[in-house]
Design a protein around this ligand. Structure first.
Ligand SMILES: [Zn+2]
Length: 294
């Protein structure tokens, strides 16, 4: 048995995963307070891993991190405000179990490739759209990674010159315009909803489907998303694309318009009649399962 841990931009999940990629048991916690994030993570992880280790024989721990990993160290996780954090070493000292770290979108892509929607494709693209936008490319059956740092940071490609400030310090990044968090914030502010709950925002959209301002905001969001995704398609020409993160919960609102915007928007260098876009099958479990595949 292995333990997979998924540290998201706003939650953490820990699960025991068997050799078939099935989660046997799991526990989760929301990360609302981010001031003391390191202590919160270390306490929650050690407490739960110790408990699981009493019940199962644990070989190793894999952790999916929403950021850049360098030498099994968290170089930076901009949405958690973390820099240069040796989480693996700290945990190994306490738990005496091998701990490996990898970028969360890359973990989720591995899980979707081995067990989920990308199983049948040798060349595919995975995007995790939530608090930020994580990305990964599977090429010829392998996860693409650069030598020293993981690379393939699609979310921080600039799609707007002198655009809005991103958490990474640059301006005009793809995720500043196309993350779901950003979409929810804009809708919430414009209509004074006073919430960032996805469930409530979706309910509001459903109940106000004829509101012209809302329609325009959704269209604009899809435009930004389609620009970013088509840029990546033009580089990699994947056979299939899998979209994960909380984006998958907005299927009714975004799926068809996004597909149409990519196909019909004069964005593709090699125009296509169709494009295979899948919604992540493993949903929020992809990070936990993928973390055990690293
Ligand atoms: Zn950025």
């Amino acid at each position: 048995m292995k333990i997979g841990i998924d540290i998201g931009g706003s939650h953490i999940g820990i699960g025991v995963v068997d050799n078939n990629g099935e989660i046997i048991i799991k526990t989760e916690k929301f990360l609302i307070e981010k001031n003391n994030i390191r202590n919160i993570l270390e306490e929650f992880i050690t407490e739960n891993v110790m408990q699981f280790a009493l019940m199962y024989d644990i070989e190793s721990i894999g952790i999916a991190v929403p950021g850049t990993i360098r030498n099994n160290n968290i170089d930076k996780a901009v949405n958690l405000n973390i820099e240069n954090y040796n989480l693996a070493t700290i945990l190994e000292k306490i738990l005496k179990i091998k701990v490996k770290l990898k970028n969360d979108a890359k973990c989720a892509a591995l899980a979707e490739y081995k067990y989920g929607e990308l199983k049948e494709y040798k060349n595919s693209l995975f995007l995790c759209i939530g608090t930020g936008i994580g990305g990964a490319v599977i090429y010829d059956g392998q996860l693409l990674e650069a030598e020293e740092v993981p690379g393939y940071e699609f979310s921080h490609m600039i799609i707007q010159k002198d655009g809005e400030l991103c958490n990474c310090g640059k301006r005009g990044c793809f995720e500043t315009y196309a993350s779901l968090k950003r979409f929810k914030q804009k809708i919430s502010e414009r209509f004074e909803l006073n919430t960032l709950s996805g469930k409530e925002i979706r309910k509001f959209i459903q109940e106000n489907s004829e509101n012209q301002i809302l329609k325009k905001m959704i269209k604009e969001y899809i435009e930004y998303l389609s620009i970013g995704i088509s840029n990546i398609i033009n580089i990699f020409e994947p056979e299939a694309i899998c979209l994960g993160g909380s984006f998958a919960e907005y299927e009714n609102i975004f799926y068809n318009p996004l597909k149409q915007a990519i196909l019909q928007g004069n964005l593709l260098f090699n125009p296509r009649h169709d494009i295979i876009i899948k919604l992540a099958k493993l949903k929020n479990d992809a990070g936990i399962i993928g973390a055990t595949l690293i």
